[in-house]
Unconditional design. Structure first.
Length: 377
């Protein structure tokens, strides 16, 4: 929690639940990533937080953007990005979206299937395409490998086919899974990509780019390796496998760029022990829950840290849930949170490192609760 956010919350006391983001901290993370991976071009994964103040700041810093939809492409353009700075990075795109993006001047598209490649050939003729490989997501708290990516062999066939279809076979991409805590995941993926580069080169296709995706972790409850360690591991693996013929490197950080810059301020609605006995579990219900933006608590995958007005006082194991009448609106039951005994309804508490994947996950009004309000400072 940055001093700016502490001051803002104390002075403004904005109505809860709300997210407060320190945009200067996003800038600091951008610089940290640039320092750790100086040869990589940053394509911010807009889905992590598409708020205009963040996109505008990143445009000013010279960032490029990974967009998941035509809506995100428009958000980038409105923020001042050039079409040439945008990659349409979703392997599942509507024809109308491909056409519109191409018409706007976007010419870098991902695919992972023959069917999507055919759509690109027809509706974005001549554009640069890159194929997403499926890679191991072990070590990631939020895996992505079941839904996206293809095999090395199929990628080879598809990139050869892309030439016949009049497209430019530009590169390969992967995603090691979000909140990836192991540097080895990138090393293994780079080795896989390099093999295919060599194989395709022998077949007459010289790819130009490796897109290493996102995945760079932030500190929730557990310690994680520093970004410098990821930078060193990736740099070493790229040199080992590509030598002096380094391809253009892209990274698509989402969580790393914005998570730590944000804090959710929430009110305790109820503290109760249903059943009435001291041995019953203590439940704390907040005015934000799974449907108010904390969707990544699904499976208790992302475990946020809490800050309360009673920190330092004795604590006990607590189940934490949201305010709706839905039975799945429970954030932490298996991984109970140590919260102060003194906590009571009406207390205002903070959930730290919540700048990523919160605002846009929020429902538009489930159970009549208003969407999360946002403050960019
Ligand atoms: C294609 C793509 N790139 C980048 C990201 C951002 O990943 P992260 O937030 O882990 O950095 C995602 C996340 O879902 C993604 O799907």
């Amino acid at each position: 929690m940055t001093p700016k956010i502490v001051r803002y919350l104390a002075e403004q006391q904005p109505a809860t639940p709300c997210l407060v983001v320190d945009v200067d901290h996003v800038e600091a993370r951008y610089h940290a990533l640039r320092d750790a991976l100086p040869l990589a071009q940053i394509y911010y994964a807009v889905k992590a937080n598409p708020a205009a103040p963040i996109l505008e700041r990143l445009v000013r810093l010279g960032s490029s953007f990974d967009a998941a939809s035509i809506g995100e492409i428009h958000q980038c353009l409105t923020a001042g990005a050039q079409p040439s700075q945008i990659s349409f990075g979703n392997t599942v795109k509507k024809v109308s979206s491909i056409r519109e993006a191409f018409g706007l001047g976007v010419d870098l598209f991902v695919f992972d299937s023959e069917e999507e490649l055919a759509k690109l050939a027809e509706h974005a003729p001549g554009s640069r395409v890159f194929c997403r490989l499926a890679v191991e997501n072990e070590g990631a708290d939020w895996p992505l490998s079941r839904k996206f990516g293809t095999t090395v062999n199929h990628a080879r066939d598809l990139l050869l086919k892309s030439v016949e279809l009049g497209l430019e076979p530009y590169g390969l991409s992967f995603h090691v899974g979000s909140q990836q805590t192991s540097t080895a995941a990138y090393e293994a993926a780079i080795a896989k990509v390099a093999m295919l580069f060599t194989d395709l080169s022998a077949a007459g296709i010289d790819l130009k780019m490796v897109n290493l995706g996102g995945g760079f972790p932030v500190r929730y409850r557990d310690d994680i390796p520093e970004i410098e360690q990821f930078g060193l591991a990736i740099g070493r693996a790229m040199t080992e496998h590509f030598g002096n013929a380094l391809p253009q490197m892209l990274i698509e950080p989402g969580r790393f760029m914005v998570a730590e810059a944000g804090v959710v301020s929430t009110e305790v609605v109820l503290v109760s022990r249903r059943g009435g006995k001291e041995s019953d579990p203590r439940w704390v219900y907040l005015d934000i829950g799974r449907f108010g933006g904390l969707a990544e608590t699904e499976g208790e995958a992302i475990r946020y840290r809490f800050r309360t007005p009673h920190d330092g006082l004795p604590t006990g194991e607590t189940v934490v849930a949201g305010p709706s009448c839905d039975g799945v609106d429970i954030m932490y039951e298996k991984n109970r949170v140590q919260l102060p005994h003194a906590l009571n309804s009406g207390d205002r508490i903070e959930l730290l490192t919540t700048g990523a994947y919160v605002t846009t996950y929020c429902s538009t009004g489930f159970n009549g609760f208003a969407p999360l309000s946002e403050h960019y400072i």
